[in-house]
Design a protein around this ligand. Structure first.
Ligand SMILES: NC(=O)C1=CN([C@@H]2O[C@H](COP(=O)(O)OP(=O)(O)OC[C@H]3O[C@@H](n4cnc5c(N)ncnc54)[C@H](OP(=O)(O)O)[C@@H]3O)[C@@H](O)[C@H]2O)C=CC1
Ligand SMILES: O=C1OC[C@@H](O)[C@H](O)[C@H]1O
Length: 357
């Protein structure tokens, strides 16, 4: 399909780690149903060699190739860049976003958006003042499969009233074998399963318990426990208890065990839904089981070439083309709400980052 008439964005990517490699290769995938045209014009890395190796490995066929810089600042200030993708460890997100905004760029910043609510408010205030678009890259919410599930649960009410949800993201990360500078181990980089992966389990709880987001959603009471090792959490469990109905979501994470394929169960008065995939970040199918009907259930899938990060990128391009400063699926108030839950979970569970007071 021709890209004529589609909104287009010129991306500057900062950091060349794992998620940036997924994002860059997804942006350049040929997709028949693309809703936007994406061009990668600049890459910023700690070294030019690293940036060039990134281009050669992950986006070798992009023509013309992106310019590679040995500083993030050159990308922030690049005249051919509309939007910055922030793929650095959590503790750098606040400053990277502030620098991009100061340069007048739109921003898509990886999850967790910042280390806490206070930092996020600072970033959103700066974006508001500068009049730029910014969004947390909570990609899972943009999967067509997740939008479909949301519709079936809340609009069509296929399983009736949802009264309990269980969502788990466990990975076998062997944290003790990692070096002290790993973003998964170093508290100064925002390490710990809560911000890294429990954020997805919490996302499933929030998405399935209430159709609304941000301030308009019912605010659950939070009960949390964490298992700490060398001051980071290697396991976290966050309960969301909804005051008006007493319904509950059990949202959990561990760095010591890989969750089986079915990572989420949504229980309702008329049946239940099982959601599956490689992890809660990346669902591939869900099956609806209605009480008294076939025990096999009704399975739903949506094709997903590549990783699936282009859906959030397309949504961002459409928002920016329409002059919007935030996205309706992941508005600023929802990022603040999720970070508020993470802050409270750490307050109860005990994980601390340097700089917490
Ligand atoms: N959406 C998703 O599914 C995923 C999201 N993430 C999120 O993306 C972010 C990055 O994760 P990931 O790509 O796995 O991390 P990596 O460790 O693979 O890469 C991080 C990159 O950040 C840059 N960086 C800048 N300063 C530092 C520093 N002091 N220490 C380490 N790296 C630094 C480096 O790039 P350079 O040298 O080029 O400057 C590095 O390669 C995190 O916020 C994480 O939560 C991660 C994985 C999946
Ligand atoms: O966002 C993420 O999702 C997948 C995990 O492998 C990764 O550690 C995390 O950052």
């Amino acid at each position: 399909m021709s890209s004529e008439g589609l909104p287009s964005l010129r991306w500057g990517i900062i950091a060349t780690g794992q998620i940036s490699s997924w994002f860059a290769s997804d942006l350049t995938l040929l997709r028949p149903n693309a809703k936007a045209k994406h061009t990668i014009t600049a890459i910023g890395s700690s070294s030019r060699e690293k940036g060039e190796a990134f281009v050669a490995r992950w986006i070798p066929d992009v023509s013309p190739p992106p310019k590679v810089y040995s500083s993030y600042d050159q990308v922030f200030n690049h005249p051919d860049v509309d939007i910055i993708y922030v793929g650095t460890p959590n503790s750098f997100h606040k400053q990277n976003c502030l620098d991009a905004i100061a340069a007048g760029k739109h921003v898509l910043c990886e999850k967790a958006f910042t280390l806490n609510v206070r930092e996020a408010e600072e970033v959103f205030n700066a974006a508001r003042e500068k009049g730029v678009f910014i969004m947390e890259a909570m990609w899972t919410r943009f999967f067509p499969l997740v939008r479909k599930l949301h519709r079936l649960v809340h609009k069509d009410r296929v399983i009736g009233d949802v009264h309990r949800v269980f969502a788990d993201l466990g990975l076998d990360q062997d944290i003790s074998s990692l070096g002290p500078d790993s973003r998964l181990k170093n508290p100064a980089l925002g390490a710990g399963t809560l911000l890294d992966i429990c954020i997805y389990s919490i996302t499933w709880g929030l998405l399935t318990m209430d159709s609304r987001t941000g301030e308009s959603a019912e605010q659950p009471v939070i009960k949390a426990v964490q298992t700490l090792s060398h001051s980071i959490d290697v396991a976290s469990t966050v309960l969301l208890l909804y005051p008006s109905t007493q319904k509950q979501a059990i949202c959990t994470s561990t760095a010591m065990f890989r969750t089986p394929d079915v990572f989420c169960r949504i229980e309702g008065t008329n049946g239940h839904i099982e959601v599956q995939g490689v992890s809660a970040s990346c669902p591939t199918a869900f099956t609806i089981f209605i009480k008294g009907r076939s025990s096999e259930g009704e399975r739903h899938t949506v094709p997903k070439p590549g990783h699936g990060l282009y859906w959030e990128a397309d949504a961002v391009a459409q928002d920016i083309a329409a002059g919007r400063k935030e996205n309706a699926i992941m508005p600023w108030s929802e990022t603040l709400r999720v970070l508020g839950i993470l802050d409270e979970a750490r307050r109860q569970g005990g994980a601390r980052f340097p700089g917490d007071d």
